[in-house]
Each structure stands twice: as structure tokens, then as C-alpha cells.
Design a protein around this ligand. Structure first.
Ligand SMILES: C[S@@+](CC[C@H](N)C(=O)[O-])C[C@H]1O[C@@H](n2cnc3c(N)ncnc32)[C@H](O)[C@@H]1O
Length: 190
């Protein structure tokens, strides 16, 4: 068997890359807040129930996670890549006394374990949703809902879509549901 010799320079470069902080190139969308009316409709459309856990991927100023906790009595996790937003949103959550129910994580939505999520919300771009779809298919449990504002998840059929009209502008919401798994031994429907 031949030994594989990795040049020291390549090893150093790889180690440095692995330790890199979050990169701008991981950005899935710029920061643009969702209108509050739409936030509430998204969570209603998800049928978010008290005690359920919602993840907002790219949580910005935290309006989705804060609304989920205050109005829907849900647990909420906001994942945000931008340091300044993480700091200001964490301060806001603390000031509102919501630290028991809302967690703000400085992280990359593409690398987030979603296995605890009952609902995932996002306001990203269609091509960003393309990147996230394999993660949803890997992590999300049957019955979990994915709600996207303005941009669809390509290749998935929404269970419903809703339109919120604000000052004559239509705002579209897409709701998806992870199907219940087929019971063991059951024949898949033809
Ligand atoms: C259009 S804003 C939506 C903010 C908030 N969810 C809302 O609805 O008001 C998108 C947010 O995603 C964040 N973002 C972009 N790429 C991300 C990534 N890879 N991981 C986590 N957050 C990201 C941006 O910094 C920005 O705050």
C-alpha cells in the first residue's frame, strides 16, 4: 500500500479553512424584514401550536421568533449569520424577557440540525431554498411544516399557499408539509 503524503502547505490551508468564521459567501439572502402582518399569517398558516418548536432560518431582527413565542406560545430558535444582527436580536429577546422560549444562534442555516423543528420559516431566495431542501429532507420529521415567504421550494408541492395584501401589494406564503412515513410492511400506494 502506498502512503499518501499531504504537503504541509495543503494541510495548513485545509485546517485554516475548517476554522474559518462564517463567510459572506454563505449568505443566502440580504437582510430585509418580513412585514409583521405577513409574519403572523405565516405562523397561522403553519398551524403552529403552543409548545411546538419553530426555527427561523436567517432570523434578522427576530420578529418571527419573537412573534412565535409571544403570540403562539411556541419555543423558537432563530439562526442568523450576521454577527451584528445576532447581537442586537439577542439583546431584544433578553429585554422582552423571552430567553426561556427564544434562542438566537449565530450560525449558518445550511449547517443547522433541524431535527427538533416542528415548523421552519424562512424568507430567503429560491436558489437558497434549493440548497436547503436536501437538509429539510434529511432532518425534518414527518408532519413538520416549512413556510416560505415569497419564494417557493422548487420540486415540492405546497399543501397551501396564502396571499396577504398590504397596500395593494400581494405577499405570497408557501406552506409545505413533510409527509408521514409509510408504515413498515405497508405497500406504497400506486
Ligand atoms: C430576508 S432576511 C429575513 C429576516 C427575517 N427572517 C424576517 O423574516 O424578517 C434574510 C436573513 O437571512 C440571513 N442569512 C443569510 N444567509 C444566512 C445563512 N447562511 N445562515 C443564517 N442566516 C443567513 C441574513 O443575514 C438576513 O438577516
Amino acid at each position: 500500500m502506498k502512503a499518501v503524503i499531504v504537503p504541509l502547505s495543503a494541510w495548513i490551508a485545509l485546517s485554516a479553512w475548517a476554522q474559518q468564521p462564517l463567510l459572506e459567501s454563505d449568505s443566502l439572502a440580504p437582510y430585509v424584514p418580513t412585514p409583521q402582518e405577513v409574519v403572523e399569517r405565516m405562523l397561522e398558516a403553519a398551524h403552529l401550536r403552543p409548545g411546538e418548536t419553530v426555527y427561523d432560518l436567517g432570523c434578522g431582527d427576530g420578529r418571527v421568533v419573537i412573534t412565535a413565542a409571544q403570540k403562539f406560545k411556541a419555543k423558537a430558535v432563530g439562526v442568523e449569520i450576521k454577527d451584528f444582527l445576532v447581537r442586537s436580536t439577542s439583546r431584544k429577546v433578553q429585554a422582552l424577557g423571552l430567553t426561556e422560549s427564544v434562542q438566537i444562534v449565530h450560525g449558518n442555516a445550511l449547517k443547522t440540525d433541524l431535527s427538533k423543528a416542528d415548523v421552519v420559516t424562512m424568507y430567503l431566495l429560491t436558489r437558497s431554498n434549493d440548497l436547503l431542501r436536501p437538509n429539510f429532507e434529511k432532518w425534518l420529521k414527518p408532519g413538520a411544516r416549512v413556510v416560505s415567504y415569497e419564494y417557493p421550494v422548487r420540486g415540492w408541492e405546497p399543501v397551501r399557499t396564502e396571499v396577504v395584501e398590504i397596500q395593494k401589494i400581494a405577499h405570497k406564503i408557501y406552506v409545505y408539509e413533510i409527509p408521514q412515513s409509510v408504515p413498515k410492511g405497508a405497500k406504497p400506494a400506486k
